[in-house]
Design a protein around this ligand. Structure first.
Ligand code: OGA
Ligand code: NI
Length: 373
């Protein structure tokens, strides 16, 4: 189940835990149903070479073939890879290196950026039962603030919380977020066009996005079969662009089976999140996924979650309603959905449905209250 307990948590040091003779602490042991199996087949996902779309070369045949491949995957499970994405190798290498530097810092340094209750940005080990075997550092990235006043949200957060000596983190993760912002707007435009929507529509919808960059660090674990790095969930956000290193561990639940997504150098794994699923009236799907951990090797991943501006109303464009008929989800804003997943519900495979039910019941109560006054 999924209610958030927010237990105070003593802090997580995998090096200490792994060196003890005993088993891993029980908080990290997952239910038998969720424990990872070892015999997992690889999922073949389409590879989108986005270079000709980006360069504007009008190769109609190649583009419509790419639309078809990605569209098929988006309807089935929502995962594909992107190559020739235009993100400079140096940006990726610097972000990956900096991420290692951060998680190697002593706990007291990392705690300076500790995430506060209800906030997006910050460092977290974790605060659920069935604890994930990982540490994360999360940054809010606001394209709107950048466009409006030149504010660099990631850089400002780092200098405010981590202070002197850590300026490089701010610069590097700002640079990485900007590259992800550009790439995600290109991909969302591509996805919109693959649905037959007017070219600029999706780019405009997400131009002033309020997105999230999360660094995931999965330490080695002496009992990887008992725990999970990230539990089964769909991403409540719109589009996820994940860089996973060479170690591997990402798995997707497709047609009733867990399947792995093998790392591919210099490419990003892209997946659709619940908000984009709602925006397409359920035509493109967000899919359950998780990350398993490893006995010998640590693993790192960087996830950029594209999200709409907080107050923008998420409702499908009319072209899609003509195709798919009845509305599946009520109107909502990202700030409502974010609050739901942060305060009321831990993301799992039913998040979007539960959120819709919650909105509908709230609407009933609000109407009743309005009727009484
Ligand atoms: C996530 C996620 C998978 C991974 O951060 O939402 O699904 O491989 N991560 O780190
Ligand atoms: Ni995810």
């Amino acid at each position: 189940m999924s209610s958030i307990t927010n237990l105070p948590h003593p802090g997580f040091d995998a090096k200490v835990v792994n060196n003890q003779p005993s088993n891993i602490p029980s908080e990290y042991v997952w239910s038998d149903e969720d424990k990872p199996s070892t015999d997992i087949k690889e999922l073949q996902v389409p590879i989108l070479d986005i270079s000709s779309f980006l360069s504007g070369q009008d190769d109609h045949v190649a583009t419509s073939q790419a639309f078809r491949l990605v569209s098929e995957a988006a309807k089935l499970h929502g995962f594909f890879l992107v190559t020739n994405h235009g993100v400079q190798e140096g940006i990726l290498a610097r972000a990956y290196k900096c991420m290692g530097t951060f998680f190697d810092l002593p706990a007291s340094e990392k705690q300076k950026a500790k995430r506060k209750w209800g906030e997006i940005s910050g460092y977290a080990d974790s605060f659920y039962s069935e604890l994930p075997w990982k540490e994360t550092l999360t940054f809010r990235f606001s394209a709107e603030e950048k466009l409006r006043s030149g504010t660099e949200t990631v850089k400002d957060y780092v200098s405010k919380t981590m202070g002197d000596g850590n300026e490089e983190f701010g610069t590097v993760f700002h640079e990485y977020s900007e590259a992800m912002n550009t790439l995600s707007l290109n991909i969302i435009e591509f996805l919109g066009m693959s649905l037959g929507i007017e070219r600029r529509y999706m780019r405009e919808f997400y131009r002033d996005n309020d997105s999230i960059l999360r660094l995931n660090y999965y330490p080695p674990c002496k009992q990887p079969n008992h725990t999970l790095g990230t539990g089964p969930h769909t991403d409540p956000t719109s589009l996820t662009i994940l860089y996973q290193d060479h170690v591997g561990g990402l798995q997707v639940f497709v047609e009733n089976q867990w399947r792995s997504i093998a790392p591919k150098p210099q490419s990003f794994v892209v997946n659709i999140g619940d908000t984009f699923m709602a925006l397409t009236n359920g035509i493109y799907r967000s899919c359950l996924h998780r990350a398993v951990v490893n006995k010998e090797r640590e693993r790192k991943s960087l996830a950029f979650f594209l999200c709409p501006q907080m107050d923008k109303v998420v409702k499908p464009p009319k072209e899609l309603l003509e195709v798919s008929g009845q509305r599946l989800y009520p109107n909502f804003t990202w700030s409502m959905f974010l609050e739901f997943t942060q305060k009321h519900y831990r993301s799992d495979k039913n998040t979007l449905q539960k959120f819709s039910d919650w909105l509908r019941s709230k609407e009933v109560i609000d109407n009743k209250l309005a009727g009484q006054s």
